[in-house]
Design a protein around this ligand. Structure first.
Ligand code: ZN
Length: 494
């Protein structure tokens, strides 16, 4: 019996999504670190081995370091440099490697630097050498610059927004890499940048045109000579040259990958004005009025401008002030929930007062320095030591129930609300700092609207102070000429 040839693959990556318009900063301790296989249940958990041999080759994955943080403001240089040096030291110590799997998001922004993922890919390439193929799994809100496309052989991205194919995408990236290694494939890729700035809320794959465009990918991948076709909608809230839409197809046939990329680019560009919000989008005042005048419950309102999972700071109390100044809510005739705002000082005051205690707190602006909103009311609930948000508290003022957190915390589950004695079926309006509704809320919603609130991830892109985008770009430059969408063919340079 012969021993199969073995190839060793390093798993590493640093990932988050950073708004350059948010005052929040992402530090080293905001990252969760993995040194194991738990993010990859498709690998054998005892050994990291790919479950089957491919073409008589056994592939072993070796966990080095994967770091992920909740979206937020820019990553500090200190945090990024420390993570990168830990990652590279681990890679050097455990090498040599035949390949690398990068577990990324793709829209990280490090203070004062551009194209963080390309810099990371270049540093990894320096350690592993020119011969090792690199694969990557990414968020479709990530960015694939030309430099990144030159460095990474097999990048692929989620195909759903909201993202329900996260694990599947990681598995696909690893499978592509296993195949490339086992069959010693000579991979080529076709890349194109589209000068388009699209917020995620206009590109939900629940709706056309995004649904129809993403639905073409499986057929394209079945074509001879094509391995993977992916579309990165990109990230609109980074004022950086790379912010745009990118398409990349990998395969073994230069003609097939070029044709696929060109076809997808054409379809996307022709649809550029058809991307619409997944739900009605209204001014904050109109959103409150519409929700309160409807008998439907739960009635979710997205406080979208400060959505922490898009990179908002999570400290803006703008929408709270709108709720408090609504007579029907202030008087208690109608009731509303608002989740949430990070404010550790206000939470501590609520914890000290206890449930039923009276508090007067100033809420909001902990990162931005924006003037806080005065909140005077009764402590409705307290929940200590939430693993994400730390101590949590709810203050009721009239009919308004405001959720306060010690650390930034998204509210994507009905249970997160009911755990705080807030049942969205019992309130006239449930406002969440979110964009399109994540699956659990979407399923629960009788009705939902998007409130166009200000913040670091404002949906009104034309109001954001961009200075560093590559111009012209649609829709900010309506008179721009038709762009050249000819794909660029890239090959391994070794
Ligand atoms: Zn995303």
């Amino acid at each position: 019996m012969t021993t199969p040839a073995t190839r060793r693959v390093a798993i590493c990556g640093i990932g988050t999504e950073s708004s350059t318009f948010s005052a929040h900063r992402t530090g080293y301790h905001d990252f969760t670190l993995w040194h194991d296989f738990s993010r990859y249940p498709f690998l054998r958990q005892d050994s990291g081995r790919w479950p089957e041999e491919v073409a008589g080759v056994r592939v072993e994955f070796v966990p080095i370091l994967v770091a992920r943080a909740l979206p937020g403001g820019q990553v500090t240089r200190e945090a990024y440099d420390r993570l990168e040096s830990e990652l590279l030291a681990g890679l050097r110590a455990a090498g040599p490697f035949d390949g690398v799997y990068l577990d990324l998001h793709g829209a990280m922004h490090v203070e004062g630097r551009d194209d963080a993922e390309a810099a990371l890919a270049a540093a990894v390439r320096d350690v592993v050498g020119p011969g090792a193929p690199i694969a990557a799994s990414m968020d479709l809100h990530g960015q694939v610059s030309r430099r990144f496309a030159e460095l990474v052989d097999l990048p692929t991205a989620y195909r759903t927004a909201p993202h329900v194919d996260v694990e599947e995408t990681r598995e696909r990236a690893c499978r592509l890499l296993v195949r490339a290694l086992a069959e010693n494939l000579d991979v080529v890729r076709s890349w194109v940048r589209l000068p388009l700035l699209l917020p995620g809320e206009r590109t939900s794959t629940r709706l056309d045109p995004a649904a129809a465009i993403y639905a073409r990918l499986p057929e394209i991948e079945r074509r001879p000579g094509v391995l993977d076709a992916s579309i990165w909608i990109g990230y609109a809230w980074a004022d950086a040259p790379r912010s745009s839409v990118n398409i990349l197809t990998t395969g073994t046939s230069p003609e097939a990958v070029t044709a696929a990329t060109a076809e997808l680019a054409g379809a996307l560009w022709r649809s550029r004005d058809a991307f619409a919000f997944a739900m009605p989008a209204l001014s904050p005042r109109a959103a409150i009025e519409q929700a309160l005048s409807s008998p439907q419950r739960p009635y979710f309102v997205s406080d979208s401008g400060d959505n922490p999972t898009a990179g908002g700071s999570g400290d803006a109390a703008f929408f709270l002030s709108g709720l408090l100044s609504t007579p029907a809510l202030a008087g208690g005739g109608k009731s509303a929930v608002w989740a949430s705002c990070v404010d550790p000082t206000a939470v501590a005051a609520c914890v000290a007062a206890g449930v039923g205690g009276e508090v007067t707190v100033r809420v909001g602006g902990v990162y931005s320095g924006d003037p806080p909103v005065l909140l005077k009311g009764t402590v409705h609930a307290v929940r200590p030591a939430d693993p994400v948000g730390g101590d949590l508290a709810v203050v009721r003022a009239g009919g308004v129930h405001a959720v306060l957190t010690t650390r930034r915390k998204p509210y994507h589950l009905v249970k997160d609300l009911t755990d705080l004695d807030l049942d969205p079926w019992r309130h006239d309006l449930t406002a969440i700092k979110i964009g399109y509704l994540e699956p659990d809320l979407h399923q629960a919603a009788a009705a939902s609207i998007l409130a166009l609130t200000p913040g670091g991830v404002s949906q009104d892109l034309s109001a954001l102070p961009y200075t560093r985008l590559t111009r012209p770009i649609h829709p900010l430059d309506p008179a721009m000429p038709a762009p050249d969408l000819t794909p660029v063919l890239l090959r391994r340079s070794h």
